[in-house]
Design a protein around this ligand. Structure first.
Ligand SMILES: Cc1ncc(COP(=O)(O)O)c(C=O)c1O
Length: 371
């Protein structure tokens, strides 16, 4: 019989007991829940008369202005999803038949591939990244490469910060600025998918405006680590956002009235700092405990809030996730071999302790299936 082993927790100073009975949901930071201040702001906004126009709600304007100022862009547009923000940027920077450069395992080239090709008709030139990030040298080489007349012209470089598939990694210092300079020199536009750029801020100690400096456009999720009820933002110049408004309407996403959602999102943005630092601290504890238990299968120490674990050979990640679920730990199988743990506001220290104990017990003890 297997005896639960808390020694991995002890080694990392993780406060282990008592463990609550409820399920700990590590699948996504979408599960963070709405912070109390955001809930209050939404309730208050819901008692006020809504505005009818596409963009004249005062809560929406305040959210867009605040985040435009934080990130150093002229203007911002509140949208339902980050996929939509990304796809509007693609539409505006590329014509059907154009190409763009992105890391092979970026969201736009993977989860969003059908939108990228189907909605925007854009081909992705996939380059290998370093911990998910394209180096300035790789981009310079790709942009300098002569294109044959029949090949699509490259109009856009696409970065993702933090990089989800690589485990919430941030790029090395100076890479984004160097890439922005290479794009400027060659007349190619630069977009940052900053779905989780919020997490890069405490991880690097750099303000959002520095992290996004030099980009022509930026997309941000509001409903992941921040815990806003819904939504994303697309940021860029005033003329770019004016055009984005028209594309938003074309795609049927002229959502109204959304003042109460924007009011919640603004509170979530303003309260982000302490929240995200705690998530990163706990992700490091989780990784520490899992490393003690599993060794290198626990992956690299996290930069931010995501820990990727490799399931033992012969055990599909989906099977490992199903077994963990029985133990009250929900994780996401990212592919056949990788389990994703995302730390967010609903994950407390005792959830970390439980996750370490259960994962160690299940992944170390699971017998390898023959063949
Ligand atoms: C890096 C990245 N970009 C974009 C998205 C799309 O966000 P949404 O689900 O709001 O469309 C995600 C979703 O997880 C993501 O991880």
């Amino acid at each position: 019989m297997l005896v639960p082993d808390a020694s991995h927790n002890d080694q990392c100073g993780i406060a282990a007991k008592p463990w609550p009975e409820h399920t700990a949901d590590f699948r996504s930071d979408l599960m963070a829940g709405i912070p109390p201040a955001a809930r209050d702001a939404m309730l208050l906004a819901a008692t006020q008369d809504p505005e009818m126009g596409a963009r004249n709600d005062p809560h929406q304007s305040r959210l867009e202005r605040t985040v435009a100022d934080l990130t150093g862009f002229e203007d911002a547009l509140f949208l339902p999803t980050c996929t939509l923000a990304n796809q509007i940027a693609l539409r505006l920077w590329c014509r059907p038949g154009d190409a763009m450069v992105a890391a092979a395992d970026s969201h736009v080239a993977g989860h969003e591939a059908s939108s990228t090709a189907g909605l925007s008709g854009v081909t992705v030139r996939r380059l290998p990244g370093v911990r998910g990030h394209l180096s300035p040298a790789a981009i310079q080489a790709a942009l300098a490469q002569p294109r044959r007349p029949e090949e699509q012209p490259t109009r856009l470089v696409w970065l993702e910060n933090t990089h989800m598939r690589a485990g919430g990694t941030v790029p090395p210092d100076g890479w984004t600025a160097a890439i922005a300079a290479a794009c400027r020199d060659t007349g190619v536009r630069l977009h940052i998918d900053g779905s989780r750029l919020w997490n890069a801020e405490p991880a690097t100690g750099l303000p959002l405006a520095v992290l996004a400096a030099g980009a022509d456009s930026l997309s941000l999720s509001l409903n992941k680590a921040l815990g806003a009820p819904a939504g994303s933002l697309l940021l860029g110049s005033r003329p770019f956002i004016r055009e984005a408004l028209a594309v938003r309407a074309t795609l049927g996403a002229n959502w109204r009235p959304v003042g109460f959602l924007a009011a919640g999102a603004l509170e979530a943005v303003q309260g982000r700092s302490a929240r995200l630092k705690e998530d990163h601290r706990r992700a490091k504890l989780l990784h520490c405990g899992l490393s003690h238990a599993l060794g290198p299968s626990a992956g690299e120490a996290p930069d931010t809030n995501i820990v990727l674990v490799t399931a033992p050979p012969g055990i599909p990640a989906a099977d490992a996730a199903a077994t963990l679920k029985v133990a009250g730990i929900l994780v996401l199988p990212l592919d056949r071999a990788t389990l994703r743990f995302v730390v967010h506001a609903r994950i407390d220290d005792s959830a970390i302790a439980r996750a370490v104990e259960a994962t160690a017990r299940i992944l170390v003890a699971t017998p390898v299936k023959p063949g």
